[in-house]
Design a protein around this ligand. Structure first.
Ligand code: 5GP
Length: 216
């Protein structure tokens, strides 16, 4: 997430929108579409110690950092949540997320169940979590292979991990089976739009209702 110049007053507090799924269930494509098609949604760019894949850009897909830098960030409490996934460390830089929410921007997270659980413990009222399921495990494997960025050993490891990841589906607010990308996109958009109307996110609503009743 890059430094933004937000307008000073926001009528609504932003929300944290988490999309989790096993690798290959369509999360990256859906995230990209949501960011492109929805106004006022920022992407939380995580830090990670894993090596960059072909086509990835530092600062856009992740902030690629050393294990030493990661340890320092954890010690300094600079991360909103952090976890080890597939032998590497991942975490969400705190400052920019909190700034975005304060200024009425929603923040999209592509994080796993461990991170989502930490956000639920710390920021329950800001959090909206969605778990994406693949229609079948065969389809998941096919998508992982078409992506063709990972070696066979990595694909096998990710398949094994997928079942473990799926076992956490009940910890999420919403569950969507990604059978058709356009339909799934519609469901995700509707969830986001409805959640924006949660009473406690609408900062100016108390004053509005008071004025409304005064005029009775
Ligand atoms: P990949 O290495 O394929 O980009 O991501 C592997 C897994 O790490 C994905 O399930 C992704 O959601 C998760 N992940 C990415 N960034 C973060 C993060 O900041 N925190 C946590 N907890 N998980 C993350």
């Amino acid at each position: 997430m890059s430094q933004k110049n937000y307008p000073p007053i926001a009528k609504r507090r932003g929300l944290m929108f988490v999309l989790s799924s096993p690798s290959g269930a369509g999360k990256t494509t859906l995230s990209r579409r949501l960011l492109k098609e929805e106004e006022g949604v920022d992407l939380s760019v995580s830090v990670t110690t894993r090596p960059m894949r072909p086509g990835e850009v530092d600062g856009r897909d992740y902030h690629f950092i050393t294990p030493e830098t990661y340890d320092t960030m954890v010690q300094n409490d600079d991360l909103l949540e952090h976890a080890t996934v597939f032998d590497y460390q991942y975490g969400t830089p705190k400052a920019q997320v909190l700034q975005a929410l304060e200024h009425g921007h929603d923040v999209l997270f592509d994080i796993d169940w461990q991170g989502t659980r930490q956000l639920a413990e710390q920021c329950r009222e800001d959090l909206v979590s969605v778990f994406l399921l693949p229609p079948t495990l065969g389809e998941l494997e096919r998508r992982l292979r078409t992506r063709a960025q990972d070696s066979e050993a990595v694909v096998q490891k990710r398949m094994a991990k997928a079942v473990e990841e799926i076992s956490h589906w009940e910890e999420y607010d919403y569950v969507v089976i990604n059978e058709d990308l356009d339909h799934t996109m519609d469901h995700i958009r509707r969830i986001l739009h409805a959640e924006r109307f949660k009473r406690w996110r609408q900062r100016d609503i108390v004053g509005f209702v008071q004025n409304l009743c005064k005029s009775a």
